[in-house]
Structures are given as structure tokens and as C-alpha cells.
Design a protein around this ligand. Structure first.
Ligand code: MN3
Length: 208
């Protein structure tokens, strides 16, 4: 591995067209979100890691510590958005509906029912103060599912959970379409969750 590739992250390929998630997410939002916001996190992550690497070679610990906030923010942004694109799907390609199998059983066990889970996820995620993410995560320690919120771009791993599905509630994710009505955006997202992909993430989290 060369020094160059070691610190270079790239935008993952979007698994559908910008307009594929309409009417839930407009093509305009998708294009901006992917090409400007996610690209920004990737570009800034690579720049921060490059500087970090320089500081490392100079043994400049103070500079390494100073760069950690940029690595956390942009690295978290890259991780979160990469997951986000992958757990959504157009309605014509499996988006929406209900989870099945072991994940459905664990949702029922831990939340009472799928509807109760939805309600709790919607209210928790809609109520996030400022910018952040609402997640369904798996706790390996407690062997159970948990709903959790993260501020800014903090990845869910900072709370000791494996991210299964989540919703970006930064204003850039919905404002052009839903304006200030964040709860309508969060509710609409259930039409495009890709449960097949989320179930695969769950199987990996439980099995690993
Ligand atoms: Mn975003």
C-alpha cells in the first residue's frame, strides 16, 4: 500500500439514479447531498488525514491531537452517508414494506411491534436538537436492538452500537422539499428503507 492510497477515501458509487427515490427524496436534494455534501466530507477527510500523517512523521503530537476533530467530523460524515445510501431503495426495487426473518423477530422482542418501533424511531429522530442522525443500532454487548441519536456526524460506533439503519436529519437532507417539517420527512422515509440491505447488516452484526 502506498502512502497515497493509504489516506485516500472516495465517494462510493450511488446504487440508483438521483431521481430514483422520488417522491420521498427529490432528485435535487439527492444530487446536492451526494455530490456536494458527501463529497465534501470525503475531500476534507483526505486532507485531514494527509496533515495527520505529516504530523505523525514529524512526531508533532499537539498537531495530531488538533486534527482529531476534523477526522471525527469528516470521517463520521463519510461513514454515515455511505451507510445511508446503501439502506435506501426505490419503491420499484424493494424500498419500503416491513422487515422479515430474525430482524423482524428482534424488533418485535425489543420494541413490542414493528409499529411501536416505527413510532419510537420517528419521535426520537424528529426531536433531535440541531443537526444529527437517528439510528437503529445493534448492541453486541447486550445482544439487543436500540434506537439512538447522534449529534453532528458522530458515527454510531461512538455509542458502542453497530449501525443498521438511520436517517440523516441535517437540514441539507430535507429542507428544500419538506422545509421546516422534519417529522413529515422522517415519516416518509419508511417508503424507501431497503430492508433486504438492513437485514444483511443485522446478520453481519449478530454473526460477527
Ligand atoms: Mn447529510
Amino acid at each position: 500500500m502506498t502512502e497515497q492510497t493509504k489516506h485516500t477515501y472516495q465517494l462510493p458509487e450511488l446504487p440508483y439514479d438521483f431521481n430514483a427515490l422520488e417522491p420521498v427524496i427529490s432528485a435535487e436534494i439527492m444530487e446536492l447531498h451526494y455530490k456536494k455534501h458527501h463529497q465534501g466530507y470525503v475531500t476534507n477527510l483526505n486532507a485531514a488525514l494527509e496533515k495527520y500523517h505529516e504530523a505523525e512523521t514529524k512526531n508533532d503530537v499537539a498537531q495530531m491531537v488538533a486534527l482529531q476533530a476534523a477526522v471525527k467530523f469528516n470521517g463520521g460524515g463519510h461513514i454515515n452517508h455511505s451507510i445511508f445510501w446503501s439502506i435506501l431503495a426505490p419503491v420499484s426495487k424493494g424500498g419500503g414494506g416491513n422487515p422479515s426473518g430474525d430482524l423482524a423477530k428482534m424488533i418485535e422482542r425489543d420494541f413490542g411491534s414493528f409499529d411501536a418501533f416505527k413510532e419510537k424511531f420517528n419521535s426520537t429522530t424528529s426531536a433531535i436538537q440541531g443537526s444529527g442522525w437517528g439510528w437503529l443500532g445493534y448492541s453486541k454487548a447486550n445482544k439487543r436492538l436500540e434506537i439512538a441519536i447522534c449529534a453532528n456526524q458522530d458515527p454510531l460506533s461512538t455509542k458502542g452500537l453497530v449501525p443498521l439503519m438511520g436517517v440523516d436529519v441535517w437540514e441539507h437532507a430535507y429542507y428544500l422539499q419538506y422545509k421546516n417539517v422534519r417529522p413529515d420527512y422522517v415519516k416518509a422515509m419508511w417508503q424507501i428503507f431497503n430492508w433486504k440491505s438492513i437485514e444483511e447488516r443485522f446478520a453481519k452484526a449478530v454473526g460477527a
